[in-house]
Write a protein that binds this ligand. Structure first.
Ligand SMILES: NC(=O)c1ccc[n+]([C@@H]2O[C@H](COP(=O)([O-])OP(=O)(O)OC[C@H]3O[C@@H](n4cnc5c(N)ncnc54)[C@H](OP(=O)(O)O)[C@@H]3O)[C@@H](O)[C@H]2O)c1
Length: 445
C-alpha cells in the first residue's frame, strides 16, 4: 500500500510489449481503447509487459477522430495479418467476414479475444480447432452477459464439478420490455417503442425480441457447462412478441412474473443416457425466485452444480464500458499467458452429449381458459389432461355471468404432450378462448 493510501500509478514495466490489434471501434471498441490507453501502466504491471495498441480496424475511418490516425485502417484482414500483431481483439460482430479474420489470426498463432456471441454459437468448433493447431488462446467472456464474470467460472472455477443446470436472463432488451409490461400494464408494442426511445432496443430489434441473441448465448453456456459442442441449431428458441398483457395478468394472479429465460440442462434418461437440453422461451417464475427480482436491462444467471450447489451471477449484461471490462479481463489473461509462455483452457467438448429436442424437454405449463360457466366443464378439461398423461398441479375456476375463467397449472411433462393437450382443449365446444399458455419454471415439481 502507498503511504497515503491513494491509488498510485504503477511504475513503468520493461519487456517485450504485447501488441494488440483492435477490430471494431463502436460502442464496445471505443471503451476498450479508453481503458487500454487510460490505464496502460497498470495493465503493464498486471501483465508483466507493456500492452500496446498497434492498429484499429473500422468501416468508416473518418468517423473516428478520437483514435490516432496512424492506428486506423479499413483493412481488418490486413491488420490481423501483420507481423507486429500478437493479439487480436474483435468487437465488430456478425459471422462473415469476422470468421475469416479470426481464423487467419488463430492460424497464425495470434491469440483472440472476442465479444461475438453470434460467431461463437455458429463456429466455435472451427475457431477452437484453429487455436489448438497453432497453440493460440481463444477467450470470449464478453460474449455472454456483458460485464458478468460467467464463462471463466464455467470454464475454470467449476471445471472440477458437474454442472446440472444453467438458467438465466441473458438479454437486457427483452428483460426491459417484460419489466415495462409488468410495471405499466403496457402491451408488447408499446413497451418495445419505449425501449427503443430510451436506447434499450436497436432500430431492428429482431435479434433480441425473437430470442436469437439469447439462443446464441445459451449455445455458448451449454457448450461450456456440459463439455459438448452446442450450436444455435441445437437451441429451441421462442421470443417475447407473443407475450400479452393477459399473460402478465395471469402471472400476477398466481404471484408469478414473466421472464425470457435461457435454460440449459443436463438430462439423464431412464436408461442412464445423458443429453443436453437448451432452450430460450418466455416463462412464468415465482416472485420469490432470485431471477424474478432482476429488472430492467440487467442480466442474471443461476448455475447449479452437484458439489457447489446453487450459484448466481448478476450484473450489467451490456453497454460499452461493462462489456469492455470483460474484454480487458480477457486481454490481460491472454497477454499474461503470452508473457509466461503458457496457454489458457482449450475447448472441452469431450462429453459430446446429444441435443435433446424440445418435444422431449420436461416442462410445466400454466394455461388460462375462458370457458362456458356450466357443470362438467372442469371434469371434461381434466379428462383431456389425463388422456395425454399430463398431471395437474393446481386448478382455479372463477365464475362470472355466462362464462368462467379456468386456470390450470401442470406438473412437469414432456413438452410435446403439453402442446397436444392445449391443442385438444382449444377445440372443445365449451372453451371460448385459450387466453394464455405459458411455461412455468423455477418450481421443482
Ligand atoms: N454493445 C453491447 O452492449 C455489447 C454487449 C456484449 C457484446 N457485444 C458484442 O460486441 C460486438 C460489437 O458490438 P458494438 O455494440 O460495439 O457494435 P457497434 O457499435 O456496431 O460497432 C461495430 C464496429 O465494427 C466496425 N466494423 C463494422 N464492419 C466492419 C468491417 N467490415 N471492417 C472493419 N470494421 C468494421 C464498425 O466501424 P464504424 O464505426 O466505422 O462503422 C464499428 O466500429 C458484437 O459482437 C456484439 O454482439 C456488444
Amino acid at each position: 500500500m502507498t503511504a497515503s493510501g491513494t491509488g498510485a500509478t504503477a511504475a513503468p514495466v520493461a519487456g517485450t510489449p504485447v501488441r494488440v490489434a483492435l477490430l471494431g471501434c463502436g460502442t464496445v471498441g471505443t471503451e476498450v481503447v479508453r481503458l487500454l490507453t487510460g490505464q496502460a501502466a497498470d495493465l503493464a504491471a498486471r501483465v508483466g509487459a507493456p500492452v500496446e495498441l498497434v492498429g484499429v480496424a473500422v468501416r468508416r475511418a473518418d468517423r473516428h477522430r478520437d483514435v490516432p490516425a496512424g492506428l486506423l485502417t479499413t483493412d481488418a484482414l490486413g491488420l490481423v495479418s501483420r507481423d507486429d500483431v500478437d493479439v487480436v481483439v474483435e468487437v465488430v460482430g456478425g459471422i462473415e467476414p469476422t470468421r475469416q479474420w479470426l481464423l487467419a489470426a488463430l492460424r497464425a498463432g495470434k491469440s483472440v479475444v472476442t465479444a461475438n456471441k453470434a460467431l461463437l454459437a455458429e463456429a466455435q468448433g472451427e475457431l477452437f480447432a484453429a487455436a489448438d493447431a497453432s497453440g493460440a488462446d481463444l477467450y470470449f467472456e464478453a460474449a455472454v452477459a456483458g460485464a458478468i464474470p460467467l464463462l471463466r467460472p464455467l470454464r475454470e472455477s467449476l471445471a472440477g464439478d458437474r454442472i446440472t443446470r444453467v438458467m438465466g436472463i441473458v438479454n437486457g432488451t427483452t428483460n426491459f420490455i417484460l419489466s415495462a409490461m409488468e410495471e405499466t400494464g403496457a402491451g408488447y408494442q408499446e413497451a418495445l417503442s419505449e425501449a427503443a426511445r430510451l436506447g434499450y432496443a436497436e432500430a431492428d430489434p429482431t435479434a433480441d425480441v425473437d430470442g436469437y441473441d439469447a439462443a446464441a448465448k445459451a449455445a455458448i453456456l451449454a457448450s461450456l457447462a456440459f463439455h459438448t459442442r452446442v450450436t444455435m441449431g441445437d437451441v429451441h428458441r421462442e421470443g417475447i412478441s407473443a407475450v400479452t398483457p393477459a399473460d402478465v395478468l395471469a402471472a400476477r394472479a398466481l404471484d408469478r412474473t414473466i421472464k425470457l429465460l435461457a435454460i440449459c440442462e443436463r438430462v439423464v434418461g431412464e436408461d442412464g443416457t445423458e443429453s443436453v437440453s437448451a432452450r430460450v422461451h418466455p416463462a412464468m417464475i415465482p416472485r420469490s425466485h432470485p431471477l424474478a427480482g432482476v429488472g430492467g436491462a440487467f442480466n442474471a444467471v443461476f448455475v447449479e452444480a452437484e458439489a457447489a450447489g446453487q450459484l448466481m451471477f448478476y450484473g450489467q449484461g451490456a453497454g460499452g464500458a461493462p462489456t469492455a471490462s470483460a474484454v480487458l479481463g480477457d486481454l490481460v489473461a491472454v497477454a499474461r499467458n503470452r508473457v509466461a509462455g503458457g496457454r489458457g483452457p482449450r475447448e472441452s467438448a469431450y462429453a459430446d452429449l446429444a441435443a435433446r429436442p424440445i418435444a422431449q424437454a420436461s416442462t410445466r405449463y400454466h394455461i388460462s381458459l375462458d370457458v362456458a360457466d356450466r357443470a362438467g366443464v372442469l371434469a371434461a378439461v381434466a379428462a383431456v389432461f389425463a388422456q395425454h398423461d399430463v398431471s395437474i398441479a393446481a386448478v382455479r375456476q372463477e365464475g362470472r355471468t355466462q362464462d368462467a375463467s379456468l386456470v390450470v397449472v401442470t406438473h412437469r411433462a414432456p413438452d410435446a404432450a403439453l402442446r397436444s393437450t392445449v391443442d385438444k382443449i382449444a377445440g372443445l365446444p365449451f372453451v371460448n378462448a385459450v387466453v394464455s399458455v405459458m411455461r412455468v419454471e423455477g418450481e421443482d415439481q
